[in-house]
Design a protein around this ligand. Sequence first.
Ligand code: PSU
Ligand code: MN
Length: 314
Amino acid sequence: MTTRALNPFTDIAPEVQEALDAGRPVVALESTIITHGMPYPDNSRMAADVEAIIIAEGAVPATIAIVDGRLKIGLSAEEREALAQVKGAMKLSRADLAFALAEGRTGGTTVAATMLAAHLAGIKVFATGGIGGVHKGAEQSFDISADLEELGRTPVIVVSAGAKAILDIEKTLEVLETKGVPVVVHGSDVLPAFWSREAIFNGAPLKAPLRLDTAEAIAKFQAARDAIGVVGGMLIANPIPETSEIPAGIMSGYISEAITRATKNGVTGKAVTPYLLAEMLDITKGTSLKANIALVENNARLAAKIAVALSALR
Ligand code: PSU
Ligand code: MN
């Protein structure tokens, strides 16, 4: 098996490279969700399942990560399993992705870093769980995820279940609008909130900025953006399946408790999101994790359909 060199640090898996060369559909997957978002062995099972779902939909999965200073676009099953078990992995975003390459480190790529790497390789669609965004209390902490900046500049379609509900979703929407990022809700008039199908703000459901009901329509929208030269990413918010959702009313109390714990323990910076997700797992006795896995799988399926529709347009 040969891997072609894109730059001295990057290894593109042969099946990914072949698909890209032939214009066949490819879906990128992030790896912070593996290294920091879920415990072992759930992370390993989730990572394998999403790849299988993408293959079943007729696309090629490319899980992106940094392994011993190599930027991997597509992991083998062995590499994926090793990453799921590795201790002390870095959580890498735009700011420190190249640091890990220069220093020979291993790390999971966030939404921002995965978008950057996917674009470098020529991959146009990417599936995740939920994007990072504006944290609650950001007016004090200034904690706003680099994911939003990346969505504003890098032309990759990101399929998510909305912004993680631990965030300030209204402020996150405002920043996305400022940066010119279309937020398209798949098949609903209401914005989803990660574990819940509906984001609630001041007692009322938050309205979807844009709505499209099919992968084909999403691909057509992207083609129109390309045609007029609009650069930057697009965010697809795909509501979690009904059978797996935890309603927002139930989640909000749990989220407040998790944030209280984070404040009490002085958790700041990069550690905040992984900490909150781990506390949610503890508070909900694992039901948040089950929902998280279900929504990622659901997003992988839609992302593959969008990648297939985009390939058909070309
Ligand atoms: N979605 C999940 N679990 C995760 C994440 C997203 O279901 O762990 C990760 C993503 O990699 C996202 C990151 O980019 O959390 C956001 O971190 P921060 O808020 O520190 O930017
Ligand atoms: Mn942050």
